[in-house]
Design a protein around this ligand. Sequence first.
Ligand code: C5P
Length: 417
Amino acid sequence: MPSGILGGNLDGKSILLIISGGIAAYKSLDLIRRLKERGAAVRCVLTAGGAQFVTPLSVAALSEEAVFQDLFSLKDESEMGHIRLSREADLLVIAPASADLMAKMASGQADDLASTILLATDKPVLFAPAMNTRMWEHPATQRNVRTLLDDGLASIGPGQGDLACGEVGSGRMSEPLEIVAAIETLLGETPVAGDLPLMGRRAIVTSGPTYEAIDPVRYLANRSSGKQGHAIAAALAQLGAEVVLVAGPNNLPDPGGVQVRAIESAAQMLAACEAALPADIAVCAAAVADWRVAGEAGQKMKKDGSGRPPALALVENPDILKTLSQLNGGRPGLVVGFAAETEKVVGHAQGKRTRKGCDWIVANDVGAGTNVMGGDDNTVHLITAQGVEDWPTMSKDAVAAALARRIADHFEHFGSA
Ligand code: C5P
């Protein structure tokens, strides 16, 4: 998140920064500075490996706090037990996160101060991996990363480029400012009990796939699960919005506190959205079929014995996002679209934002190996008129909570657009 645009301020926030072993640890010194500049209190834990790369003295001088290193040090425990270290933090950040520390976390080991804190904490955790590209690509590391994400941790990076080991590839720790942006996103989403900034606002959310009938028993569809859209509807309702969720066929429970309109086709989805107007917010997260079958057969189509399959003529479906974005009169104040892309994710999504006329686009990479469709995690970029924010990899629930919080911030700063 470009710091300072909306809520890019860490005043009063406490961050526990765990620095594990890796050449990228030098960047963590800058990270401490950047966090402190933004008003955060930063306490640091150095693993034995981390202390090979940066000295406790530099970490202490920059953080202006004692540095914690030893699980069994009487001094550390008497002054600040490992439980208190995590209890007093709003967020735990591991930067760099070594392959070794990630493996320990994924298997629940607790044999030093850092891993013990990480096993004992109930606070959100963000990790920024950094390692040699082969170590990063090793199936064991990839398995561990998946486990950590499934356990609810958030991650950022690693990026691509020249690595300290002389190789080129994935494994560079994200830059300090990128990590700061991820921290702001994660802390911005923390709900405060009784805080209902969207009270009095109406929202329409589309979710799931659409089914386009071929005949009474067959249809064209796609693999969207609806998880992200449903999570957004729930997150907006949690912030007080009155939410209409227009949902294509799915296997999810209806989110609490949300009015659900179950539809099948794109035409029905558009009609349900129009019927739900007026609204302050529209979030189009559905994977709407681009085409429907021209002239749906009234009866089940039969093989005609010729051995030739029937030709299906397709016609374009209405674009719901575009229709809502370009409404003349009654346009929702904030219209948010999604862009699932397999390449040039940000560039394509920026084009889509302009073409469709929506205010924000949430872009995600659904290329091979990302497991976004139907999966529980998502790595997104939020594209607004101000620029591009790269969000950390988070659960779809956490992406929804962060988006709902950003929507609330938008209305707080700009009122009804
Ligand atoms: O054009 P494309 O399908 O890539 O755009 C994706 C965005 O547009 C999503 O927000 C999706 O919900 C929305 N969309 C729509 N109606 C369509 C096609 C896409 O609302 N017919």
